[in-house]
Design a binder for this molecule. Structure first.
Ligand SMILES: NC(=O)c1ccc[n+]([C@@H]2O[C@H](COP(=O)([O-])OP(=O)(O)OC[C@H]3O[C@@H](n4cnc5c(N)ncnc54)[C@H](O)[C@@H]3O)[C@@H](O)[C@H]2O)c1
Ligand SMILES: O=C(O)[C@H](O)COP(=O)(O)O
Length: 389
């Protein structure tokens, strides 16, 4: 029986994926965490914890290095909420260009008798502009950015994209009409609107600061639906005060941007649709079950891809440092236990490696001893023994 601990509101459809081999409870000794935005940085990770699945995109709330040292695989659910963010950003582009927030609250400010006489007169106060023909710079063209870029093209906008790390898979999703910029400042220099869709990491903190905002035309509208800190809010406030930015829309509040007419803060709702929450929770639950039951890894944050059909009776999985002589040490211990290896595979990603070894014959006593012996190899973070179902 596997123990699953959940954090945040996880869609029931996702929880329903778990078979009777799984128990959902708030135990301190969980095998898996299924989470959304909970901050795990301040929490110890129990040794029992084999996998963390983040239903959603951002994993900056997960202590990745600590998880790796603990032998805990970390996954997210790429793309599960990308359409939700795309629709929100497109809605905000329309809201911004047509002054819709102010116009839509117009009637609330006038009495019923008054309003019919005044609407024709007052409509000139809400004159807008059209998106067609305007230029949108999209910074980061992954799951969200590519959808935003393509949708903006369909609205008749000129779209300039900047993503120096674009994967080949992501590139297939982007329309050829999206113009590629070589630098961030080149991307934004003619933009009416700039939207940022990058992960938060050491390289992207303050990605949009004073220099980048100064490179935009005066009166640009800026969107941050990625993470707090990717746009430097102090720089944004200065630029708003000087008219360099027309308006700033973000999903992440902070005191310095509160109570301003030229800042719209939505309460982190980018991925908050029923569909996105179901997608994310379902994908996360399935990822947990695949990893716990087969040890196979696809698109983990901290482990290499490694998928081996599980045909043998037993499987050892070993998470270890990516250093010389590990595979030979592991196989020597297995040979010393007088076991015949049916299949073996190994892969590495940066400093971490992962080894799968399948064997057909194993008795309980020698298996427990072998787990201890393998775990005692320096640089091994975790050994698991799986039984074929
Ligand atoms: N507001 C929300 O509720 C919400 C919902 C979903 C995603 N997000 C956030 O949006 C961001 C994008 O999510 P995604 O699913 O598209 O991620 P993704 O990993 O699919 O795409 C991110 C893209 O950014 C690119 N990138 C990385 N560093 C860059 C840099 N310095 N300059 C330009 N491009 C860079 C990558 O190459 C990648 O193509 C993440 O920060 C995620 O946490 C927020
Ligand atoms: O990274 C994400 O997927 C979004 O920020 C959504 O976060 P949430 O699951 O807490 O709504």
């Amino acid at each position: 029986m596997y123990q699953i601990k959940t954090y945040n509101a996880i869609a029931q459809a996702g929880l329903d994926q778990f078979t009777p081999a799984y128990t959902l409870n708030q135990t301190d000794d969980a095998d898996a965490y299924l989470i959304r935005s909970v901050n795990l940085h301040d929490q110890p990770l129990p040794k029992s914890l084999k996998v963390i699945a983040r239903a959603g995109a951002g994993v900056n709330n997960v202590p990745i290095e600590r998880a790796t040292v603990n032998g805990t695989a970390v996954f997210n659910t790429p793309g599960s909420n990308a359409n939700a963010v795309k629709e929100l950003v497109i809605a905000l582009l329309v809201i911004s260009s047509r002054n819709l927030l102010a116009a839509a609250s117009y009637s609330a400010k006038h009495t019923e008798a008054d309003v019919s006489q005044r609407t024709e007169h007052d409509k000139t106060k809400f004159n807008g502009t059209e998106l067609a023909g305007k230029t949108l710079a999209v910074i980061g063209l992954g799951h969200v950015g590519s959808l935003v870029a393509n949708a903006a093209l369909n609205l008749g906008m000129t779209v300039i994209g900047y993503d120096p790390y674009l994967s080949a898979d992501a590139a297939w999703n982007i329309s050829k009409q999206v113009q590629r910029a070589a630098t961030l400042t080149a991307a934004v220099k003619n933009a009416d609107y700039v939207t940022v869709h990058v992960p938060k990491n050491d390289d992207t903190v303050d990605l949009i600061g004073s220099a980048e905002i100064a490179a935009m035309p005066a009166g640009t509208t800026l969107f941050n639906y990625s993470r707090i800190g990717i746009v430097n809010n102090a720089a944004a406030v200065d630029a708003l005060n000087q008219g360099q930015l027309r308006h700033y829309y973000t999903d992440f509040g902070e005191p310095q941007i509160a109570n301003r007419e030229d800042v719209t803060v939505t309460p982190h709702i980018g991925g908050s649709t029923i569909e996105a929450e179901v997608n994310g929770a379902t994908q996360a639950a399935r990822t947990i079950m695949t990893y716990l039951e087969t040890g196979n890894v696809k698109a983990a944050i901290n482990l290499p891809d490694l998928t081996v059909p599980f045909n043998a009776a037993y499987r050892f999985t070993v998470i270890h440092d990516n250093v010389p002589n590990m595979v030979s040490q592991i196989t020597q211990k297995i040979a010393a236990a007088n076991l015949n290896i049916a299949t073996m595979a190994n892969a590495a990603k940066q400093g971490t490696a992962y080894t799968i070894i399948d064997v057909d014959d194993l008795d309980h006593q020698s298996s427990q001893q072998l787990i201890k012996t393998l775990t005692a190899i320096p640089a091994v973070a975790r050994v698991r023994l799986l039984t074929h179902k």
